[in-house]
Design a protein around this ligand. Structure first.
Ligand code: NAP
Ligand code: GLV
Length: 313
């Protein structure tokens, strides 16, 4: 009755937390001498090729993050259910990030940072208030809806876009190809919180940015992407920033990670970069969540947040 931890990160913090939350189990890591027949669960992020093979009694694969593209691209992924992270610790971190960056643009904080460096006292005009700014969230799932609720508390005019139609109380919700243009036409700040799938790869491109609202109060459309780097076409982001199609961008995720030193995004004056840490999986909260899922399963209840392999998320 063992759990195998297969991560590309430092292993020890994860092993310690799993031992605390599953004290009656063997917690093993790749490289240990363990019986593969005894492994019932795997907790993994970016498993190396071969690390998940030959586990005949596997009952679940736990993704240590919300996204599962790292598993969908794994050759020979075992057939066991994939359970992803959807719990408050991660969700709240993402909403903090979205509120921070939307407010940063609303209140022109980057301009004031420059003014401070130049010792320039420039109160200028009153900025718009949040109620005058339309935020559009692409990916209106667990993270998108929580961010929407918190941005709404700040006063932003928020709508969501998803693959399938949904009704979310208090928000305009758009769906699918049919709803995309209307959604973009009413959006000043575009937040991307979608999974990476064959349908979403490269979706954040010039033709999409051109449909964003041009009559907003922020001087041009703004992109915030914390979904996945391969949702975006970085060459298009750069050229759209340069010709005014986009006003600014906050990027937490990149086509290649870590972002190469040679990328012009690093030094672009209207790009804000964070190192894929908008919503980090914190080991304590994540191990507690996975232990709860294991206990549910062993009590005969269904796992929560099971990935639909056909959809890819
Ligand atoms: P989720 O609950 O599964 O929500 C995904 C949303 O995206 C759903 O609304 C879904 O539509 C929509 N979607 C999927 N494919 C689409 C398509 N082709 N067209 C339109 N909408 C589409 O996932 P979540 O927990 O919110 O997480 C979302 C993503 O955030 C993860 O997959 C991961 O890539 C990213 N993430 C990043 C970080 C970070 O640190 N940067 C941390 C955590 C997660 P339906 O509602 O119709 O299914
Ligand atoms: C992080 O990127 C996650 O998917 O949780």
């Amino acid at each position: 009755m063992s759990l195998l931890v297969a991560v590309t990160w430092e292993t020890q913090p994860w092993v310690e937390r799993f031992r605390r939350h599953l004290p009656d189990r063997d917690i093993v890591v790749l490289g240990d001498d363990f019986d593969r027949n005894a492994i019932r669960y795997v907790a993994t992020w970016g498993p190396k090729p071969g690390s998940l093979s030959n586990l005949p009694n596997l009952e679940a694969i736990f993704s240590l993050g919300a996204g599962v593209d790292h598993l969908m691209s794994y050759p020979g992924l075992p057939a066991a259910p994939i359970v992803r992270v959807a719990q408050d610790d991660l969700t709240h971190r993402m909403s903090e990030y979205m509120v921070l960056h939307c407010l940063m643009y609303l209140r022109e904080q980057r301009r004031f940072d420059e003014d401070q460096k130049a010792k320039r006292w420039n109160p200028d005009r009153a900025p718009p208030i949040a109620g005058e700014v339309r935020v559009g969230i692409m990916g209106f799932g667990v993270l998108g809806q929580d961010a929407a609720r918190k941005l709404k508390v700040m006063g932003f005019d928020v709508a969501g876009w998803s693959r399938t139609p949904k009704s979310v109380e208090g928000f305009d919700a758009y769906a699918g190809e049919d709803g995309l243009t209307s959604f973009l036409n009413r959006t000043d700040i575009l937040i991307a919180l979608m999974p990476l799938t064959p349908d979403t790869q490269g979706i954040l491109n010039r033709s999409l940015f051109r449909k964003l609202a041009r009559d907003g109060k922020l001087g041009g459309p703004i992109l915030i992407n914390a979904g996945r780097g391969k949702l975006q076409v970085e060459a298009d982001i750069l050229s759209c920033l340069d010709d005014g199609t986009l006003q600014a961008a906050t990027l937490d995720v990149f086509e290649t990670e870590p972002l190469p030193e040679s990328s012009p995004l690093w030094t672009h004056p209207r790009v804000t970069i964070t190192p894929h840490n908008s919503a980090t999986s914190e080991p304590e909260a994540t191990a507690r969540y996975i232990a709860q899922q294991i206990r549910r399963h062993e009590a005969g209840e269904a796992f929560e947040n099971v990935v639909d392999r056909a959809r890819g998320y």
